[in-house]
Design a protein around this ligand. Structure first.
Ligand code: BGC
Length: 730
């Protein structure tokens, strides 16, 4: 037996030494220029999200000065470029091909905020897997995802790209994405390297304005913003992208605290760190670097391996080395990180492994991918309101379909639509007409998504008056969320709200189907609507899924991963806020309390909220013990019953509050959830184990751990409607 273990260990160490050899041997042969080339990432002019450098990446690939490309698509182009690198550059080092494969490549899934709403990690992993399969078949080997930035400001357009406001949920989503993109084996041809971004705290941009300054306590950073990055890395994510923002006065792209202290030293990350698009150059604008050379030196020294689109390393590293501002060891370490990634991807064995035209043809929009897009779109739509069980609609009901997004197809794909073809998408109008019969769906646009034109109101109102039920498809275009798409108002844009109000005067029952990329403030609108279904930007098959859900072929099961405020004035608002000192006594009429004079403190729809077509009833919480010693766990359980008329899925949520701490604790924090399917009339006991991991926090001395005392447990259907129990940690 011992001998077998010995032979196994020998084989493992042999593999490692062979791997190390390839990279080390290559390093020995490389000129300084060639090394710098490996640290350089250029965009093909195909798609860009920032300024374009005037340099010719084609000639630089040939001369070894550019070792990585982003935004080059299709096997044909990738093969051509890979051939230049492999067959025409001196050392033949293959290129990495990066692309923003965020929620699908060709087949598009709901935007990430929608995916997170599913609270279904299997579904999220599946979406990432399919995205990887399609992207890899198209020549891509590196995606700039998952984006794990916690976002609590709906003005910020990039809230659409993440998992919302909560750290625990975001960690789970991050892991599911990494598993999906990278699979078990990066060298397998249908997996691609993941890149967790944007490191770090990008989501806390002041006033929700993209790229804006971030300043926060180290405690907040470590407790709330960093864990999803760590979770992605623990799941095996091989690369990290820096953020555009500054943090505590130092741009994230050259921030030694983030990149060295936390990422490399505390977390021992040995993968690739790449900048965001031209973020080295942006340090000049931030005012933290005197010139491009200074910015390049700061970034490399802080631990940034690869420069995306600044050309700063190409222009200056040589000179900086001569001046002693960077060292050869620093350059070598970064080159090593890049080459190791190429090796992990199997590119040294076969640089054309991702270049198979036939596979490309077969994989794009494969039937099972489209089926998954439909299924996962259904899982991501959140039912926010359903008065008098207006939904689901009966087939045959005469519908007035109104609103500027009813005919949308491109907008269904949302931000970062990758190579998704909008012509593959079915609009809500077409999907509803096919389902319910063209003669039973009358359509009027009513108004545009934006603008002030109300000339279509009269037609819309007339249409509403002569039908049984009104369905209004309202919201935002795809371009209104995502990068550089912050909004200073978070209501329905244009005159959509006025259109809704006008239609409501008919007295007809109204369903609002929302297509949007951020939480919207809908206090006024929700009063006019009898039912509201939040469909986000639901992807290629999302139009069909939405129509099917309206008619009950799909049952809603999604829950909000982010709070919907009543008004922008409440922002930032999230479920896990802290108590203040006021009111000292809740029943005291004393007016000096923490509140708004013109609006309640609570949100319109809380985190974790989402209705179903059925109804779930929760028992009280049962704890298997009332006291816990360090190192022990206890079990909290509830019985959930489906007391409605249809089968449905429910997300059972566990929250905990540490009642007294050396630092104050949030009023509750998500610590677990389970999504269960309950047949109508059925019930199930759901158990959560609570121990050290669930009770730990960053204590006053900045160490992680628990503190003895009383804890409150909450289990329920959302963060507001919960059962409670208390236990003590000794
Ligand atoms: C975005 C990144 C993206 C990169 C490459 C940047 O503008 O911030 O999220 O990965 O462009 O497209």
């Amino acid at each position: 037996m011992n001998q077998i273990i010995y032979l196994f260990l020998l084989a493992v160490s042999f593999c490692f030494s062979v791997q190390a050899d390839t990279v080390e041997r290559l390093l020995e042969k490389m000129t300084l220029d060639e090394k710098i080339g490996q640290l350089n990432l250029y965009s093909s002019p195909w798609e860009n999200t920032g300024p374009i450098e005037g340099r010719s990446y084609v000639s630089e690939v040939r001369s070894g000065l550019c070792g990585n490309i982003l935004n080059l698509i299709n096997v044909g182009h990738v093969r051509q470029m890979q051939r230049l690198a492999v067959e025409e550059s001196r050392l033949g080092i293959p290129l990495l091909f990066g692309y923003d494969v965020i929620h699908g490549y060709k087949t598009i899934f709901p935007i990430p905020l929608g995916l997170a709403s599913s609270w279904d990690m299997g579904a999220i992993e599946k979406a990432a897997r399919i995205a990887a399969v399609e992207a890899a078949a198209s020549g891509i080997n590196w995606t700039y995802a998952p984006m794990v930035d916690i976002a609590r400001d709906p003005r910020w357009g990039r809230i659409a790209e993440g998992a919302g406001e909560d750290t625990f949920l975001a960690c789970e989503v991050a892991k599911a994405n990494v598993r999906g993109f990278q699979g078990d084996d990066l060298a397998e041809i249908s997996t691609i390297a993941a890149c967790v971004k944007h490191f770090a705290a990008y989501g806390a941009a002041q006033a929700g304005r993209d790229y804006h300054t971030v300043d926060m306590s180290e405690r907040m950073l470590r407790e709330t913003y960093l864990p999803p990055f760590k979770a992605a890395l623990d799941a095996g994510c091989v690369s990290v992208m820096t953020a555009f923002n500054e943090l505590d006065g130092i741009p994230a792209t050259a921030n030694p605290f983030l990149l060295k202290t936390v990422l490399r030293d505390e977390w021992n990350f040995d993968g690739v760190v790449v900048t965001d698009y031209s973020s080295i150059n942006e340090m000049l604008n931030h005012g933290s670097a005197a010139d491009q050379a200074d910015a390049a030196a700061q970034a490399l020294v802080a631990g940034v391996d690869m420069d995306m689109m600044s050309s700063a390393y190409v222009y200056h590293l040589k000179q900086l080395l001569t001046e002693g501002r960077v060292t050869m060891d620093q350059i070598d370490e970064s080159v090593r990180n890049v080459l190791r990634l190429k090796e992990k991807l199997g590119l040294f064995d076969d640089p054309y492994r991702y270049c198979d035209e036939q596979r490309e043809q077969e994989k794009q929009y494969a039937k099972e991918h489209l089926d998954a897009s439909y299924e996962i779109a259904g899982k991501s739509m959140v039912l926010l309101k359903n008065s008098n069980q207006l939904l689901p609609l009966d087939e045959g009901t005469r519908i007035a379909l109104i609103g500027p997004l009813a005919t949308a197809r491109g907008d269904l794909l949302g931000t970062w639509g990758a190579r998704g073809n909008w012509e593959m998408a079915t609009s809500v109008l077409d999907a509803m007409s096919q389902l319910n019969g063209h003669d039973r769906v009358d359509y009027a646009q009513g108004c545009g998504v934006e603008g002030t034109d109300i000339s279509g109101f009269a037609e819309a109102v007339a249409l509403a008056a002569k039908n049984d039920v009104v369905v209004m498809v309202l919201g935002e275009t795809a371009g209104m969320s995502g990068e550089a798409s912050s909004r200073s108002r978070i209501g329905l844009p244009g005159v959509q709200s006025e259109l809704l109000e006008a239609v409501a005067q008919t007295g007809k029952p109204i369903v609002v189907l929302l297509l949007n990329g951020r939480p919207l403030a809908l206090e006024k609108e929700q009063a006019f609507a009898d039912a509201i279904l939040e469909a986000w930007h639901p992807g290629t098959e999302g139009g069909k899924a939405a129509a099917d859900m309206l008619f009950g072929k799909l049952v809603p099961s999604a829950k909000l991963p982010v709070t919907f405020p009543r008004s922008l004035g409440q922002v930032p608002i999230h479920y896990n806020m802290k108590n203040t000192g006021r009111p000292q006594n809740p029943v005291d009429p004393f007016p000096y309390v923490s509140r708004y004079m013109d609006c309640p403190n609570d949100p319109l729809y809380p985190f974790g909220f989402g209705l179903s077509y059925t109804e779930f009833r929760y028992s009280e919480i049962r704890l298997d013990k009332a006291e816990l010693k360090p190192g022990e766990t206890l079990t909290a359980s509830v019985t959930v019953s489906n007391v409605g008329d249809v089968d449905g899925e429910e997300v059972v949520q566990l929250y905990i509050q540490d009642l007294v701490g050396s630092v104050t604790r949030p009023v509750k924090e998500l610590k677990g959830f389970k999504k269960i399917l309950l047949k109508k009339g059925g019930s199930q006991t759901v158990e959560f184990r609570i121990g050290e991991k669930e009770l730990t926090f960053l204590r006053r001395d900045m160490t992680w751990g628990t503190e003895p005392g009383d804890f409150k447990v909450f289990i329920g259907t959302n963060s507001r409607d919960v059962k409670t129990a208390v236990f003590t940690l000794r």
